[in-house]
Design a protein around this ligand. Structure first.
Ligand SMILES: O=P(O)(O)OC[C@H]1O[C@](O)(CO)[C@@H](O)[C@@H]1O
Length: 549
């Protein structure tokens, strides 16, 4: 009988990294910087307009050498090639993961099973562009002949987070005459508040769902349809006020949206990798075709870098391996993403899905336990808001929280010296986190009572990376997102997991379906859950019908 593959933690390179960690794991960044005056320039790399400074990570040259060797041992170069060739790397769903095809220029064919998928991508892109232009220039009229002024995107997960993140990120480049709203939650408040002040005659709904079976989206889409018809009082209005983005033409037709108003994509685009497919229709309408194509070109530039740059200077590879080092060897369970750019306020939420839905897995592709920790918990807030909230823990708490700081050299909305102040905060935070403040330094400052000294000590040695970009543009946004996509892929490859499935969302979905039927109706159904769930359902049933006092 075959002994099966060697568990990751027993592999030679993992073992070498564990030994190396025992040797240097507690070495302080103060010492690492003191030992090498060029560290700040040496531990940096640049691609697609993004400069990555990783010198404030707790690593040495040897750490990097070993991490890169681990990536090679785990087959990263071959796996990158396999993804770009369109091989079935999403093995549990038996599909390719070809989001890189979505941003290829027209002439750069990618033939999978005899089909040039890039040509198909551009055919959809052209249709989206034509449609977006009619909306933007007012040729597309609502049912009563009025111009469309409001766009409401209905979708959830990847069919929401990408569009909303991109809309917020690129607001500076958006058509001001259009109001965009995003509805995702099955909580009725989301739709009610999104439509409360809108005129149905001027509102276009984009129903985004890869599968067109997602309960939240369909429920919201039907409620939006009811809202629209309650105002416009004619079934025919649906044709002018609803379009769909999906891979499920039949489902779209059943909803009542004509095939001509559907923009398609393919099963090889994962939901969380779909913001640059037709799911980006709201983005395209908001920013216009030129900016949308610039966004795609930024993605593509990072793709090409990921595919062709040597591993030693490959941004996504470096970021992925550093995240893995922090997670698996330094024991950090979380990863903070801290954009010092207000427009990127939804980026942490977007990256939560990208990272945690991709790599929050406990088994390898072959079904065997991974045996080491996988995805960190990703979270964050834009700077400087976080500084007055959770940074306390990052500076002086007992846990290590590796942070990605993201900043831009040029402000999109210059206001006095506010941008310099913003960036001064970013630089100061990374410095304080790395170097801290010793008791002797606190005492030397002379403004602390002795008993306060320990409270004012900062241990430092908190690992951070800084991503510095000239300006937030559609192209740099695309490059930034692609950077994180490929970093996630790098980590998943080392762990040997399928980063493109999401079986973990299924159990909750099916239990919710069963439970929904038990919450309403006159007679209490026989409840066969555990005693906690049974009691909660009973109390809920009582409260929902109880007369208010
Ligand atoms: O676009 P759909 O098919 O409605 O799916 C929405 C989301 O639901 C999931 O399948 C599971 O949460 C996500 O991966 C996806 O982005």
């Amino acid at each position: 009988m075959s002994a099966g593959p060697t568990p990751l933690a027993q592999s030679p390179m993992w073992q070498a990294l564990a030994a190396h960690h025992r040797e240097i794991g507690s070495r302080h960044l103060r010492q690492l910087f003191a030992d090498d005056s060029s560290r700040g320039e040496r531990f940096a790399a640049e691609a697609a307009g993004i400069y990555l400074d990783y010198s404030k990570q707790r690593i040495t040259d040897e750490t990097l050498r070993l991490l890169l060797a681990l990536a090679v041992e785990c087959g990263l170069p071959e796996r990158i090639e396999a993804m770009f060739r369109g091989e079935v790397i999403n093995t549990t769903e038996r599909r390719a993961a070809l989001h890189v095809a979505l941003r290829r220029p027209q002439g750069m064919a990618l033939v999978v099973d005899g089909t040039n998928v890039v040509a198909e991508v551009h055919a959809v892109l052209d249709a989206m562009t034509r449609f977006a232009e009619t909306v933007r220039n007012g040729d597309w009229r609502g049912h009563t002949g009025r111009r469309i002024r409001n766009i409401v995107n209905i979708g959830i997960g990847g069919s929401d987070l990408g569009p909303v993140m991109a809309y917020e990120a690129l607001r500076h480049y958006s058509e001001r005459a259009l109001t965009l709203r995003f509805v995702s939650n099955v909580d009725g408040t989301d739709l009610v508040e999104a439509t409360r002040d809108l005129d149905a005659a001027e509102t276009l709904f984009i129903v985004c769902s890869k599968t067109f079976t997602t309960q939240e989206t369909l429920v919201n889409a039907h409620a939006a349809r009811d809202w629209c018809l309650s105002h416009l009082e004619d079934e025919a209005a649906v044709a002018k006020h609803f379009v769909a983005v999906s891979t499920n033409a039949e489902g779209v037709k059943q909803f009542g949206i004509a095939p001509g108003s559907m923009f398609g994509f393919w099963d090889w685009v994962g939901g969380r990798y779909s913001m640059d497919s037709a799911i980006g229709l709201s983005t395209l309408i908001a920013v216009g075709p030129e900016h949308f194509r610039a966004l795609l070109s930024g993605f593509h530039e990072m793709d090409e870098h990921f595919r062709s740059a040597p591993l030693t200077s490959n941004l996504p590879v470096l970021m992925g391996l550093l995240a893995l080092w922090n997670n698996n060897f330094l024991g950090a369970a979380t990863q903070a993403v801290l954009p010092y750019e207000q427009y990127l306020k939804r980026l942490p939420a977007y990256l939560q899905q990208l990272t945690m839905e991709s790599n929050g897995k406990h088994v390898r592709e072959d079904g065997q336990p991974v045996g080491v920790d996988t995805s960190p918990v990703v979270w964050g807030e834009p700077g400087t808001n976080g500084q007055h909230s959770f940074y306390q823990l990052i500076h002086q708490g007992t846990r290590i929280v590796p942070c990605d700081f993201i900043g831009f050299a040029k402000a999109l909305n210059p206001l006095g010296d506010q941008h310099d102040l913003l960036m001064a905060n970013l630089f100061a935070q990374t410095e304080a986190l790395a170097f801290g403040r010793t008791a002797d330094e606190v005492k030397a400052d002379g403004d602390s009572a002795p008993k306060l000294v320990p409270h004012r000590v900062f241990e430092g040695n908190r690992p951070t990376s800084t991503l510095l970009v000239e300006r937030l543009t559609p192209a740099t946004l695309g490059a930034l997102v692609a950077l994180y996509e490929h970093s996630v892929f790098t980590q998943g490859t080392v762990w040997g997991i399928d980063s493109f499935d999401q079986w973990g969302v299924e159990l909750g979905k099916s239990l919710a379906k069963r439970t929904a039927a038990e919450l309403t109706g006159g007679n209490e159904p026989a409840l066969a859950h555990d005693s906690s769930t049974n009691a909660l359902i009973r109390r809920y049933r009582r409260l929902r019908t109880q007369t208010e006092t």
